[in-house]
Design a protein around this ligand. Sequence first.
Ligand code: CA
Ligand code: CA
Length: 375
Amino acid sequence: MKGLRSINKSNRKKRGIALIMVLLVVVVLVTLAGGFAANMKVEAVLARNMGSERDLDWVCRSGVELARYLVGQQMSIALEPYDSLNQRWAGGPGGQGSTNAVFSGISLSPIEGQSALMDFLSPDENNGVSVKIEIVDMERRFNLNRVADKLFGRRFAMEKALEFSGCPNVEVGGIVDSVWDWFDADSSTGLNGAESSQYQDMGYVAKNGPFDDLSELLLLKGMRPEWFYGTKGNMEKTLRGRGPMLVDDEYRPGMEELFSTVSSGYININTASEYVLQLLESIDRPLAQAIIRIRAGADEIDGTDDDQPFRSVAELANVGFTRNMILDAQNLLSVRSTVFEVKVTAQKDGRKRVYVALFYRVSPTDVKILHSHWN
Ligand SMILES: [Ca+2]
Ligand SMILES: [Ca+2]
């Protein structure tokens, strides 16, 4: 009896071990299957992301081509011998000559009864791609290389820009001299400027050539980031939880809002801000505001139906420009723009692509891409 019980006991023990082993195998299999399923899910997501990435790439490229077309076609409208903020390329409702234009049915922002550019890019509403196209002319800003060229004699523009930025008066002269030294071909240091010898410790040399990018200003002796970025830059930094908080509520335009490095060299009085207009010695604040009041029309808002853009620089006589002032202004001001920057933002499946391109408009059919890059 005792022996039989012991055999039974040993059998039960064996069965117990077998059961544990079976359970272990099941656990391993379940884990493997789970891992496999997870892998499959990752693969599927990757495949979908690659698909949407490809879609976004091509939507962005198409957006740039559409913007090119829009900027070119604007030039062919005889009734509008100017570039202004109420026109389609700028996101406006279209000027007086736009109704007969080829692109009359296209708009950067949706208008009732008209298609937005977006619809052309993505005719299938369920496709789920959202596109935003923003075009900015470079002539709404002062060309930094004209200011940096001392032979051109526009020192005032940089002084005024630094004054806007909150840079103390005692620092202004040194920074303007440094801008000139950075640009001029020689290596002899201006009064308070800086050439390569002064930048050695920082590990770089003076450019001794034109500015290619505005951020070069940050390399200059005496320049501080808060003067370069202005209020907007400070606010962006503050939002991201780093950088200095605003010291007061006063708005200060950053260098990016005032200058460009690639443009025709003229400032377009139909697109420039009141701050940019004031970079000219002959235009004070009341005059700058008067220019904007006239072009913005009755509602005093730029880029709306009632806008009255200037058709020529000579029309500045309407805001009190004397004949001599107009003669001087013709060297610096224009009602046309030549270089445009387009930024295309496309989003799908929670993914985002941003493509930026710079155009040089020669004629309605010749709009050259100077460069393009993914942001
Ligand atoms: Ca130099
Ligand atoms: Ca208006």
